[in-house]
Design a protein around this ligand. Structure first.
Ligand code: ADP
Length: 341
């Protein structure tokens, strides 16, 4: 089969622009599935061959037969996991770039911790009981959209006072690491066994990233509640001396993932870290797919530019992997779900 027999498809949100453009750059046709009324960016930026509008993204399941017939390969991103739960995603028979089996290790906070710990990474400590709090901690609520309501505290007494308005919510108490947030975007190719650093970002979150513009006194007077709702991403380039460790962390995560599940993790992924003043990396989360932090790099990043003599976004890198797999007749190695074409 040839590259032009296939199309790349995704949901119209998150990082779809670079995925669709990347598909074109690598010679694929493409299709984007949008919620009705949200298709304008895909029309205006002229990145899509076909736009399908649905009442909700969850209705994508109704397109299954048609997508299979059109030889569409879906590239997942964060919005897939809002549109479908894991069971629903596992049921779908459209070719899917990635390994669905690894997702359960990401979805569960406990399993994710186990994975990252076994990979030898440093993680912020989790406090089992409020009485154990003996330093700065961040209280994270389950399912909190944009980290709404997350708060910091450093003693059991203060915790009790601050948790009172949230009596009915589930939460975790995590060590708060004072340092600089750094989100590292990797790509691992199962075809060549190479690990690449594509780019890095820091998030631009409201209102936490603008609270420093208000004096501490005014913050107290106005009783401002911190929120971490993300509204954008900013590019970061790190000290070159940090790169060996960055590669090592990524490699350990991949090696460990292969022990957890057949095929392990591959394709794009992101380690969400805080770097301390001693330049130690604390990893507080992994995203096992393309992250929106790669969006500033549609035209390539300083790192991608070193390796490729053409603009290489993460979306395009995925399309290139699919292209190479098709050319080498190895599609099943990168689309591990159950499908027949
Ligand atoms: P969500 O997953 O709900 O978006 P995150 O876990 O990404 O929330 O955290 C929200 C914000 O808090 C981010 O800015 C992140 O950098 C910061 N953060 C998260 N965990 C820690 C931690 N353990 N120490 C310091 N900062 C943290």
């Amino acid at each position: 089969m040839k590259v032009s027999d296939f199309k790349i498809g995704t949901l119209g949100s998150h990082s779809a622009l670079q995925i669709l453009k990347g598909a074109h750059d690598e010679g694929f046709g493409n299709v984007v599935i949008c919620q009705r009324g949200r298709a304008e960016p895909y029309r205006s930026f002229k990145v899509a061959d076909r736009i399908i509008e649905l009442d909700t993204l969850a209705d994508t399941v109704s397109l299954e037969k048609q997508l299979i017939k059109d030889k569409v390969i879906l590239i997942p991103h964060g919005s897939f996991f809002q549109a479908f739960d894991l069971e629903e995603l596992n049921r779908q028979r459209v070719p899917y770039f990635g390994n669905k089996d690894i997702l359960k290790w990401e979805v569960s906070r406990t399993k994710q911790r186990e994975w990252l710990k076994q990979a030898g990474l440093t993680l912020p400590k989790i406090y089992e009981k409020p009485e154990d709090i003996d330093g700065p901690v961040i209280i994270k609520f389950f399912g909190a959209a944009g980290g709404k309501g997350y708060f910091l505290t450093h003693t059991p007494e203060e915790f009790k006072r601050k948790i009172a308005p949230h009596a009915d919510k589930q939460y975790i108490i995590q060590e708060y690491v004072v340092g600089a947030p750094l989100y590292i975007h990797y790509f691992y190719s199962p075809l060549t066994n190479e690990l690449e650093v594509m780019s890095m970002d820091k998030r631009y979150e409201t209102n936490v990233d603008s609270i420093g513009r208000i004096s501490a006194k005014d913050q107290m007077d106005l009783k401002i509640e911190t929120s971490y709702n993300i509204m954008g991403n900013l590019p970061v380039v790190v000290r070159e001396s940090l790169l060996p460790q960055i590669f090592e962390m990524g490699r350990h995560v991949i090696d460990q993932s292969k022990k957890l599940e057949k095929h392990g993790l591959f394709g794009p992924f992101c380690l969400e870290t805080i770097v301390t003043p001693d330049l130690e990396f604390y990893v507080f989360e992994i995203s096992a797919r393309i992250v929106a932090g790669t969006n500033p790099f549609i035209n390539g990043s300083p790192y991608a530019d070193l390796r490729y003599n053409e603009p290489m976004s993460t979306g395009r890198r995925v399309a290139r992997e699919i292209k190479q797999a098709i050319q080498q007749d190895r599609l099943k190695e990168i689309c591990c779900n159950d499908f027949t074409l």
